[in-house]
Write a protein that binds this ligand. Structure first.
Ligand code: HEM
Length: 425
């Protein structure tokens, strides 16, 4: 999928009513690229159900691909477990020692690739927030093992999944989809072993996400079957782990490119630290860090981690005099919202102060919208704010290749993976 050719399309034909008709992967498709059209689609979940190109990668029983009641039931549990104030309070306490430990490790190394190290750091964090206890031990052991160079098995498998999830579903050796299916098999086997252990021991007292999913009941008192639990665990790690790692990587990049922003961030966070005398910050402290929260929003806007998202027209629907025929695909081009100068002044400039005012209505769609708005949006913001706090107060860093070129798929990033020289202040 060539994002640049879509951008040329808008330049050539104008924004029109905010949608384009095209053929993608042999199917008639509509590309949405205006705040109003995207909002119309996101708010009308029944007319435009979600339809990922490669649903098998995510899992047919995952909340990320389900629609209607089945989706609502899972979503409400997941969002309570990871995205509500009580959960976030606990998570802030849990993740902070791990963030501090991973930053110390970066300083010991002296030179790191942001893309790899933010993933390792997040893996430690994520394993504590999200995944089952036994697997957490396995993951932790792998993370701490210096004898095993490079990415570990779980990491490689999740990376394979991320690459396949937006790919054309062609199951031939060598394709991203084929590789992702292989990765999914391995992951499902690892998680199934954990589930079987839990089934053997009883999960009544456990408090990780898998225990919670195993306890959900529907209106008839039915619990989820094993495949439902597994599909949802895999898709939650998939949705949360890579996205927050990339956001942290971009924070390193932009703060190195914009030293004035880093200076302001440092001043605000040092002021909090001086009062606390070395204690970890709480999420109440974070709520008061006004500038830090603006840096968080600006980082996520610029990072454009979810560049587009997928829907299907479920019945003939009219929009501003145009017929959207049943069965057509809809691709909401979220990235365009955040890079269009009509929506954000000088959009490619990293400027946290733009958040002194709210964005124009409907233009900020980084977490999607409507019934499918990101179920981990507050968790992602919290995690990034904690990262920024410890980075700004304890460390300095420089880009090794400040003019590195960008690549855009499966997610935008500098080709050198943000290589930096990193040390304590
Ligand atoms: C900066 C980080 C993140 C970004 C930019 C992001 C972005 C998004 C977007 C755009 C969607 C909507 C997709 C659609 O409309 O089809 C979404 C959905 C979702 N996200 Fe995130 N996300 C992030 C972090 C997280 C985290 C940390 C989690 C937690 C595990 C998470 C879990 C989910 C889930 C479960 C959904 C599906 C919601 C549903 O279908 O009801 N995300 N995310």
């Amino acid at each position: 999928m060539n994002i640049n050719s879509w951008e040329n399309c808008v330049i050539r034909y104008g924004a029109g009513v905010g949608m384009y008709r095209t053929h993608l992967f042999g199917s008639p498709s509509i590309i949405g690229c205006s705040p109003a059209f995207n909002k119309f689609v996101m708010q009308n979940d029944n007319l435009f159900p979600i339809r990922w190109p490669a649903q098998d990668i995510v899992g047919q029983k995952s909340l990320v691909v389900l629609n209607g009641k089945a989706h609502a039931r899972l979503r409400s549990y997941v969002s309570n477990a990871i995205n509500k104030p009580d959960a976030l309070k606990k998570i802030a306490k849990l993740v902070q020692p791990r963030i501090v430990a991973s930053l110390r490790l970066w300083a010991e190394k002296g030179q790191i690739r942001g893309i790899e190290e933010t993933k390792k750091g997040n893996r430690m964090i994520f394993s504590h927030v999200n995944v089952p206890g036994n697997l957490r031990k396995h993951w932790k052991n792998v993370c701490q093992s210096r004898a095993r160079p490079g990415l570990d098995e779980l990491d490689r498998c999740f990376e394979g999944l991320v690459k396949g999830v937006r790919a054309q579903p062609i199951n031939l050796p060598g394709t991203a989809y084929h590789h992702a299916l292989q990765c999914r098999k391995i992951l499902m086997a690892i998680f199934r072993t954990e589930l079987e252990k839990k089934n053997g021991n009883g999960s009544e007292d456990g408090d990780d996400l898998m225990d919670g999913l195993m306890r959900i009941k529907d209106e008839h008192g039915e619990i989820l079957c094993d495949d439902e639990v597994l599909d949802n665990i895999v898709s939650l790690v998939l949705a949360g782990y890579e996205s927050t790692s990339l956001a942290s990587m971009w924070a390193l990049y932009y703060l190195a490119k914009y030293p004035d922003v880093l200076q302001k961030l440092r001043e605000e966070n040092n002021a909090v630290n001086n009062k606390k005398r070395g204690d970890f910050i709480t999420n109440e402290d974070l709520a008061k860090l006004k500038y830090t929260n603006k840096v968080v929003e600006e980082t996520i806007r610029m990072a454009n981690i979810a560049a587009f998202t997928f829907r299907l027209v479920s019945e003939d629907t009219e929009y501003k005099g145009h017929m959207l025929p049943k069965g057509w695909k809809v691709i909401l081009w979220i990235r365009y919202m955040h890079t269009d100068p009509n929506n954000f002044d000088n959009p490619m400039c990293f400027n946290p102060d733009r958040w002194n005012q709210p964005p124009k209505p409907g233009t900020y769609q980084v977490f999607g919208g409507g019934a499918r708005i990101c179920a981990g949006n507050n968790l992602a913001r919290l995690q990034l704010a904690i990262y920024l706090h410890h980075l700004a107060t304890g460390y300095k860093w420089e880009l090794v290749n400040p003019n590195a070129k960008m690549e855009y798929l499966p997610h935008p990033k500098p080709v050198d993976g943000v290589e930096i020289a990193f040390s304590t202040l």
